[in-house]
Design a protein around this ligand. Structure first.
Ligand SMILES: N[C@@H](CCC(=O)N[C@@H](CS)C(=O)NCC(=O)O)C(=O)O
Length: 199
């Protein structure tokens, strides 16, 4: 299997965490993305021009990160990160959607900030920042319920927070959010999380 990837992408990070948790890391060959032209996208294997994509040995190409994580979850070893259909799955996928949306907002803000002079939008940036702050506030109210759980929702929250630290450290998400901070500090020591941190 070939994974088109970028080491700094929070979306790729979910895939890497899933691969490590399921003992699949050795079966994945990493292919660098091409970020030389931001207007072309970075991955021709994906019609959306984004990483990650996973090319199977059959030649079939999977995207996006959610689909790849679920595929790896199905073929890998160990406990599933995707609960069976039912209320628990719905709750975890809703958590995933919040973490995914927060990550996407952060990524859009990052891209907006590197557009040529005059092309960025301060108003849209403020809209996206508010969404990120609101997600963080909701996560703070839920953080105690994340304790000890490893699933597609919690690994996506951890990836979102890692990306926040990496790109927006000046916004100090930990301030006023002690429960989320404590949860994150604990999960960040897990080998699959620690070894995929965007440094
Ligand atoms: N929903 C997608 C998002 C992927 C995504 O936004 N990837 C970014 C890197 S963090 C990318 O490749 N962007 C290149 C571009 O949009 O041109 C997923 O979960 O895989």
């Amino acid at each position: 299997m070939k994974l088109c990837y970028s080491p700094l992408s929070p979306f790729v990070r979910r895939v890497m965490i899933t691969a490590i948790e399921h003992n699949l890391r050795d079966r994945i060959v990493l292919e660098d993305s091409d970020s030389s032209n931001i207007f072309k996208g970075n991955n021709p294997s994906n019609p959306l021009g984004k990483v990650p994509s996973l090319t199977l040995d059959s030649g079939e190409v999977l995207f996006d990160s959610y689909v790849i994580c679920e595929y790896l979850d199905n073929i890998g070893e160990g406990p599933s990160l995707f609960p069976e259909a039912g209320p628990e799955r719905t709750r975890i996928l809703t958590l995933y959607a919040m973490a995914d949306g927060m990550t996407d907002a952060a990524y859009q803000r990052r891209m907006d900030s590197i557009m040529p002079d005059g092309e960025g939008s301060p108003s849209w940036n403020a809209r996206l920042r508010l969404a990120m702050e609101t997600c963080l506030d909701v996560m703070e109210t839920q953080a105690e319920s994340y304790d000890g759980l490893l699933n597609i929702g919690t690994i996506s929250v951890a990836s979102a927070l890692g990306y926040h630290d990496f790109r927006f450290s000046d916004e100090k998400w930990r301030n006023g959010r002690p429960k989320l901070t404590a949860w994150y500090e604990a999960i960040a020591t897990r080998p699959s999380i620690a070894s995929t941190s965007p440094e």
